[in-house]
Write a protein of this length. Structure first.
Length: 317
């Protein structure tokens, strides 16, 4: 029987060698030292979703001589998991001299579980190392951070992501227009996973096709969300907003031209003949230089981290 192959591009083209990994050159130089020595310290990899944290963790364990255990901490995050599953793996005799435990999305691990984990990291450090990945490093207790070498995973620039996507399309013999690649990259950056998934979704008959029009089903879905019909009473802001606005106007479907520059924190959105919207950072009242004012809510419901911006909207008749 022919072996089953990955049909998802995001997994099929997940880098398994350091040469294929697109990212920060300084980080790659450090990782190359670990791979050459065959030894790694406890690592804490943090950064935005889809920028390569899990890929780098798996790349490390697949290129050194070790037994490893992978745990997605968003699903298994209790103190019982640490005391039983993690401790049992770390403490038992393995087939290799070194063991590595990957705790993916470890910012979901409960405080009690983190407290138990820090002791295990010291007790079994001679033969067992930990690689922790997370989006929000501020959720990781200081004793664990101090036991790890921490690296922020900075996403590659748009050009590198575009080249990576072009290589995938060429390898899959997909016809494409360079402008369409730019559209997909700008829409998903810096989340590389979203960029790749978005491109695969847009392929029809071996051709990359960007469909700018919504279907009737998509429009009905949008209407249901905005009207609060698909939620429990008072459960969302859309429900409350509609309850306060008895007069409903017909929805207008128009093309939205939007641009976002994540590094400079600027963006714009425009609907021809309707409105122009521009967003930029707050300015220092003395120097005029951009501020990076932000709010962090570790247990927030609507957001965990948000930067404050200056926005202007011009509406047109």
């Amino acid at each position: 029987m022919e072996s089953l192959k990955h049909s998802l591009w995001v997994e099929k083209y997940r880098p398994n060698k350091l040469d294929n990994y697109i990212g920060n050159d300084h980080l790659k130089s450090k990782v190359s030292v670990y791979l050459e020595s065959g030894d790694i310290p406890h690592l804490l990899l943090f950064g935005r979703a889809g920028t390569g944290k899990t890929t780098l963790a798996k790349l490390l364990v697949n290129n050194i001589d070790c037994d490893y255990l992978y745990i997605n901490a968003s699903d298994e995050n209790s103190v019982d998991v640490v005391r039983e599953k993690v401790k049992n793996f770390a403490s038992t005799l393995g087939f290799k001299d070194m063991k590595v435990i990957i705790l993916d999305e470890c910012d979901y691990i409960t405080p009690n579980a983190q407290a138990a984990l820090r002791n295990l990291m010291e007790t079994f450090s001679k033969n067992c190392r930990f690689i922790l990945t997370c989006n929000y490093v501020e959720r990781i207790i200081d004793p664990i951070q101090s036991r790890c070498q921490s690296f922020q995973i900075v996403p590659p620039d748009r050009k590198q992501v575009a080249q990576h996507l072009a290589n995938i399309l060429n390898n899959e013999t997909i016809q494409y227009d360079v402008k369409d690649i730019a559209t997909i990259v700008n829409g998903g950056y810096p989340d590389i996973r979203r960029v790749i998934n978005g491109a695969q979704r847009q392929v029809v008959n071996n051709e990359l096709v960007i469909d700018e029009n919504t279907t009737d089903e998509q429009r009905k879905g949008i209407e249901a969300i905005l009207s609060g019909k698909d939620t429990d009473e008072m459960a969302t802001g859309w429900y409350i907003f509609n309850a306060m606005c008895p007069t409903k106007h017909e929805t207008i479907y128009r093309k939205i031209d939007a641009t976002i520059n994540q590094e400079e924190r600027i963006g714009s959105a425009k609907v021809e003949g309707m409105f122009d919207l521009n967003v930029k950072p707050l300015a220092n009242p003395v120097s005029g230089m951009p501020h990076r004012a932000a709010m962090a809510l570790p247990n927030g419901q609507d957001f965990l981290y948000a930067e404050v911006a200056n926005g202007t909207t011009i509406t047109k008749d």
